[in-house]
Design a protein around this ligand. Structure first.
Ligand code: NAP
Length: 291
């Protein structure tokens, strides 16, 4: 079989199309919210220092936020800001009724205590879903804002009608940001989840059991064709910049020959992360406005 994208074998999952749909839904929701309540959702991105990649990510988030009809309430703090001042800024944003969501861009300069800063963000404004409170709500299966990249992976699977109930899913990587929350979200959707990490004894054999493999290890081309059962679904969260361009944690060419569905890098999970941030901000606003 040849997919519309010219790859032999797998259907290539189109993250750009899914992300565009989410962004349209958010823009409609924001317009409805403004009409119903007279209030407009606002996203406060907080950038500390001048990390070039973070500057690009924040710029893209702000542009997407404005395009969805939300207020861009960005705050910039210099790289040498003290912990005390950074905490004060987050406290101000937490108390500000115009701010529906707060996103603290990571990584932070080394002298700052990341966990202490994240935890100044109240759960109802935690649109990145990374505070201890949000993680606790997810772990307990209670309502809350979910981390954007794992939520984006779920939305991609849903948009391609990939069944999760009873499915064997292997998640490779157990980070706070991606693997761990994703395993919990998948468990809540009745998948049988195996969470792999750097000490997993035989990664390829474990992955071969899976109906769905999600690679989030941060190792270029870690998942090869030997780790994929024919016809299974492979989602690649990894992003690596190499001389020849971007690549992921999956060895795309050989894996695409075997898999039933595969997400590419770029154009797979990446575009979903910002889209889900917008969705979280609109949801947070709706709850705060009582709309
Ligand atoms: P991370 O914090 O470095 O965590 C990596 C995880 O992978 C760890 O749990 C680690 O195991 C595991 N791992 C490392 N090497 C492994 C191996 N050889 N076999 C099996 N497991 C291994 O990374 P992250 O923040 O989750 O990010 C993962 C990747 O996703 C990165 O490439 C990152 O750039 C990308 N990413 C993309 C997006 C997006 O929007 N598309 C968003 C976030 C992250 P241990 O726990 O044992 O160390």
């Amino acid at each position: 079989m040849t997919s519309p994208h010219g790859t032999t074998g797998a259907v290539v999952i189109d993250g750009k199309a899914s992300a565009a749909r989410v962004r349209e839904e958010v823009a409609r929701d924001v317009a409805a919210l403004v009409a119903e309540t007279g209030q407009r959702p606002g996203l406060a991105t907080v950038l500390i220092g001048a990390d070039p990649a973070s500057e690009v990510y924040v710029r893209n988030k702000r542009t997407a936020c404005r395009a969805a009809g939300m207020e861009d309430l960005h705050r910039y703090l210099p790289a040498d800001v003290s912990q005390e001042v950074a905490e004060k800024v987050l406290d101000e944003l937490a108390a500000d009724d115009f701010v529906s969501g707060i996103l603290l861009q990571l990584p932070l300069p080394e002298h700052l205590d990341r966990r202490a800063l994240l935890d100044r963000i109240p759960a109802e404004k935690d649109v990145d879903g990374l505070t201890v409170q949000s993680a606790g709500l997810l772990a307990l299966g209670r309502d809350g804002l979910r981390p954007c990249t794992p939520a984006g992976v779920l939305r991609l699977l849903d948009d391609h009608a990939i069944p999760l109930r009873g499915a064997e899913v292997v998640v490779v990587g157990r980070s706070e940001l991606v693997g761990r929350p994703l395993a919990q979200l998948l468990t809540a959707r009745d998948a049988t989840v195996t969470l792999c990490h750097s000490r997993t004894a035989d990664l390829a054999a474990t992955c071969r059991r899976a109906d769905v493999v999600v690679a989030a290890a941060g190792v270029p081309r870690l998942i090869g064709a030997d780790a994929v059962r024919p016809g299974s679904v492979v989602i690649d969260v990894g992003i690596h910049r190499e001389a020849g361009g971007l690549c992921g944690d999956v060895d795309f060419g050989p894996v695409a020959e075997r898999a039933g569905h595969i997400s590419p890098v770029p154009g797979g999970v990446g575009p979903m992360t910002i889209a889900m941030l917008l969705a979280n901000t609109a949801l947070a606003a709706r709850r705060q406005f009582g709309g």
